[in-house]
Design a protein around this ligand. Structure first.
Ligand SMILES: *Cc1c(COP(=O)(O)O)cnc(C)c1O
Length: 378
């Protein structure tokens, strides 16, 4: 079969890192790819597509409203823009550089490189407290007039304020609470639970646990906020008199800050089918990866390589831990320098351990992965 990536000279790699964007993420089920294929030959109005797909996913996921984005990071940027400008077209046009209040608070322990998305949306991130914890009172004191929202990342270590507490003090002062839940499904009902705990907008990845297209995600929350997202995302090549999006304003905004993270029909169709399959328990891509990880484990054990099974609770999968003999960086480089480069998880390298995640493994990868490790160990 002709593979264009191979034809133009791109090497295929073995991805034992998991849903990593730098390795292209995971390989969705063929039904998801088929949905993407059929969507591209079906012209539609994007505003209608976004609205219908949002309603459909909201019903499936048991949340009030959904807007499909180009990923969780795009969702954070869009959520920030909504928090700053709400329904004001003039403010929307001023983003990302605005004189209006645009501070976004974050507990210091919740900081993450994806915080950049907040700045893309026009926000100015202000960390409160320390990596080991933030007192609710510190956060409360920082909710000044130039702040519009708090960004919350659940599950981070440290003595932080809970989402419920944060939402209570934020809402008392009219501020929104944005949640980065990119890795918080499974379980899928976590999205509704976060909203119940007081989140206003929750950003989630489509290309992680849902097994959807790599460049997809969703933003869910209250209908009055989610219905504003399109103003910051969709093309505004429109005359004011025929502008389709709901608005209190007579004049529509121009292209919003989120237009750079546009979503095609194929992402929408792929994510819809991926979420349907996920919720019905029909997804197969992860079963394939798990079977390959079992093969890798057997092959390593047979070759006398000690491995340990660990539960990756955040994504609800088993991973394998392998000790790197000698300098782990040298080991990692040797794996990457092979004819079929092998990428392994490096988050535990500080204790000399490499991790093998099943989510990105394809048929045949388990044995090749194990053989590579055995050979490199020498
Ligand atoms: C993966 C991730 C993101 C980005 O998700 P995309 O869907 O790739 O945009 C944001 N935040 C966290 C914590 C993540 O792990």
């Amino acid at each position: 079969m002709d593979n264009v990536l191979q034809r133009i000279g791109v090497r295929r790699v073995i991805n034992a890192v998991g849903p990593a964007t730098r390795l292209g993420g995971i390989a969705p089920d063929i039904e998801v790819v088929e949905a993407m294929r059929s969507a591209v030959s079906y012209p539609v109005r994007i505003d209608e597509l976004m609205s219908a797909s949002g309603h459909h996913l909201a019903r499936l996921l048991g949340v009030p409203a959904v807007y499909i984005t180009a990923g969780a990071a795009a969702g954070l940027a869009l959520g920030t823009a909504v928090a700053i400008a709400r329904g004001d077209s003039g403010l929307a046009d001023s983003l990302p550089r605005t004189e209006a209040p645009h501070g976004i608070l974050i507990q210091a322990a919740h900081r993450d490189p994806y915080d950049r998305a907040v700045e893309v949306g026009g926000g100015r991130l202000v960390a409160v407290g320390y990596p080991e914890g933030t007192h609710l009172g510190e956060l409360e004191r920082s909710l000044t007039d130039d702040v519009v929202a708090v960004l919350h990342r659940p599950g981070r270590p440290g003595n932080g304020a809970s989402l419920r507490e944060v939402a209570r003090v934020a809402h008392e002062r009219g501020k929104l609470v944005l949640v980065d839940a990119a890795v918080h499904v499974p379980p899928a009902d976590r999205l509704a639970a976060l909203l119940d705990d007081g989140a206003d907008l929750v950003a989630m990845s489509g290309g992680k646990a849902f097994g959807g297209p790599q460049a997809s995600g969703l933003l869910c929350g209250a209908p009055e906020l989610v219905s504003l997202v399109g103003r910051f995302h969709q093309d505004m090549d429109e005359r004011a008199t025929t502008w389709p999006l709901p608005s209190g304003d007579a004049t529509p905004p121009r292209h919003g800050v989120g237009r750079i993270a546009k979503v095609g029909r194929e992402q929408v169709a792929g994510l819809v089918v991926a979420v349907e399959r996920y919720l019905e328990g029909r997804s197969t891509w992860l079963d394939r990866g798990r079977a390959e990880l079992d093969i890798a484990e057997e092959t390593l054990v047979r070759a006398g390589v000690p491995v340990r099974r660990e539960r990756l609770h955040s994504l609800d999968v088993d991973i394998l831990e392998v000790t790197a003999p000698g300098d782990p960086d040298v080991f990692i480089h040797r794996l990457r320098d092979r004819a079929v480069p092998v990428f392994v998880g490096e988050s535990e390298v500080w204790r000399g351990v490499l991790t093998l995640n099943p989510m990105g493994l394809l048929a045949g990868d388990g044995r090749m992965l194990a053989e590579a490790i055995v050979e490199v160990r020498g």
